[in-house]
Design a protein around this ligand. Structure first.
Ligand code: 5AD
Ligand code: SF4
Length: 478
């Protein structure tokens, strides 16, 4: 697959920021602070995109609200991976009829992967007249320009041209938390798994330059972030398009070289190109969590082939064995699709047996959802939704049993966690994560949020661990 790697020039972003200043003058002219709401669906990449939308909105002078009746601008950042999320978006956008009636000047924008599909953009055009602005993931960098057009023009604005995508640096970001941060290292996907819409809506794989990634990581660490997740649809193909001889393992090494007390994570890894070098680099690194999210999707070779996953069950199991040989304490999580077109009882059983063999710490399981325009959408699918639901329930039961058993193995152990928030509950008022990403409930001073602590695990269930804090000055890894 050949395409030209495109970078948006810094002058273009400077021009967008100039427009932000113009909008600022317009929306703050009456001396009141205008409010915006950004509602995000889907994956971490979308969360990261929403932080950029908020970055621009903040430069335009907007404050933020969660109340759609207070908002002057509403941006709905959507996901296209499964139908369920799309239905929720339509339901929620439809409900904005009421807010727009109460606030006629309100601007409603819908963006993200869902609207990059022509049939969805068309449906919004025809059936959702309250929507003023629609733009796909490739247009996010020029949100200020599009918003200004929607504010000043007479016509609704649609910007959803098909594109391979570009790499953009320098968009202002307003991050959600102060403990955890997302750091995009690449965009797009070239894998074309037959069930998946992502390669059609997010364009071709393109990597940010390593020095940009390292500079952003350095800033985050200096600002006190303690948990940094490198993001990409398939981080293992990082750098292939750059031709610099820097692969994902090299990038991890470069980030890991930054001193500081933080945990480094990444997602998502495609099993077809996870390498021994990556596992070795993780094991040798100072900051990398011993956690891999390695989506298997199915345990059946026939289904894997039909999904175009480019690995077999045997190759996957070998990867898991290799990863665990470097990191015996590895936490392993996965994604599984149940009910891919034509998946038989026997093929489903292959998935169950793979799950029994690997014993994942946690699993994200999905019922197959037909996506317009993907190859799987036209594959014969004789099984009913009820058949699929039965399989889904069996898989969930197995996954819960294994997670519960794995959690029980933590009881009595003392380990390092990062305290990341308050729960609002009395008994266990703090939440924390192990390096492997397991949820831990604790009791302690709210001032501990954002710190690492040594805890002893005293109890557990399927979903979480419960612990007691031993020492909150523990585990500085400089
Ligand atoms: N139907 C169901 N699940 C899907 N995923 C991707 N596309 C689909 C689909 N059409 C799942 C995969 C992927 C995760 C992010 O979403 O398991 O790893
Ligand atoms: Fe979709 Fe496959 Fe790309 Fe993941 S690797 S985004 S499942 S096409």
């Amino acid at each position: 697959m050949s395409y030209e790697r495109k970078e948006i020039a810094p002058e273009e972003i400077a021009r967008q920021e100039e427009i932000c200043r113009r909008i600022f003058d317009r929306v703050t002219a009456d001396g009141q602070r205008p409010l915006a709401m950004v509602d995000t669906y889907g994956c971490q990449q979308n969360e990261a995109d929403s932080e950029k939308l908020r970055g621009y909105l903040a430069e335009m002078g907007y404050g933020f609200t969660r109340d759609e009746f207070q908002a002057d601008v509403i941006v709905v950042n959507t996901c296209a991976v499964r139908e369920h999320a799309e239905m929720r978006v339509f339901g929620n956008v439809g409900a904005l009829n009421h807010t727009k009636k109460a606030r006629p000047h309100q601007i409603i924008a819908v963006c993200g992967c869902m609207v990059q599909q022509p049939h969805i953009a068309e449906k919004i055009k025809k059936s959702y007249p309250i929507v003023d602005l629609v733009f796909g993931p490739h247009e996010l960098w020029r949100f200020p320009e599009l918003l200004e057009r929607a504010m000043t023009g007479k016509k609704r604005v649609f910007a959803t041209e098909k594109s391979d995508g570009a790499v953009v640096e320098g968009i202002p970001q307003r991050r959600d938390g102060s403990v955890k941060a997302w750091l995009s290292i690449m965009y797009g996907c070239n894998n074309f798994c037959t069930y998946c819409i992502v390669p059609y809506v997010r364009g071709r794989e393109r990597s940010r330059r390593p020095e940009e990634v390292v500079a952003e990581a350095r800033e985050l660490i200096a600002a006190g972030y303690k948990d940094i997740t490198l993001l990409g649809q398939n981080v293992n193909s990082y750098g292939k398009d750059l031709g610099l001889g820097v692969d994902f393992a090299d990038l991890i090494r470069m980030v890991d070289a930054i001193d500081g007390d933080y945990v480094l994570r990444f997602m998502t890894s495609h099993p077809k190109d996870a390498t021994e070098k990556l596992f070795r680099t993780m094991a040798e690194s100072r900051h990398c969590a011993h956690h891999i999210h390695l989506p298997v999707q199915s345990g059946s070779n026939r289904v894997l082939k039909a999904m175009n996953r480019s690995y077999t069950r045997e190759k996957y199991l070998e990867q898991v064995r290799l990863a665990r040989s470097y990191m015996p304490d590895l936490v392993l999580t996965t994604d599984i699709i149940v009910g891919f077109p034509g998946e038989t009882e026997e093929e489903f059983e292959d998935t169950l047996s793979l799950v029994e063999e690997v014993r994942y710490d946690a699993m994200f399981t999905f019922i197959y959802s037909k996506r317009v325009g993907t190859p799987a959408a036209s594959m014969p699918d004789p099984y009913t939704r009820a058949d699929k639901q039965k399989h889904f329930d069996r898989l969930t039961e197995l996954s819960n049993r294994i997670s519960g058993e794995k959690h029980r193995e933590y009881e009595g152990r003392t380990l390092r966690v990062l305290i990341d928030g308050e729960t609002g509950r009395e008994e266990y008022n703090l939440s924390a994560r192990t390096d492997g990403g397991r949820l831990v409930h604790l009791k302690g001073e709210p001032s501990l949020v954002g710190q690492f602590a040594e805890v002893t695990i005293t109890a557990s269930n399927t979903w979480a661990l419960y612990g007691e804090i031993r020492n909150s000055e523990f585990g500085v890894r400089n």
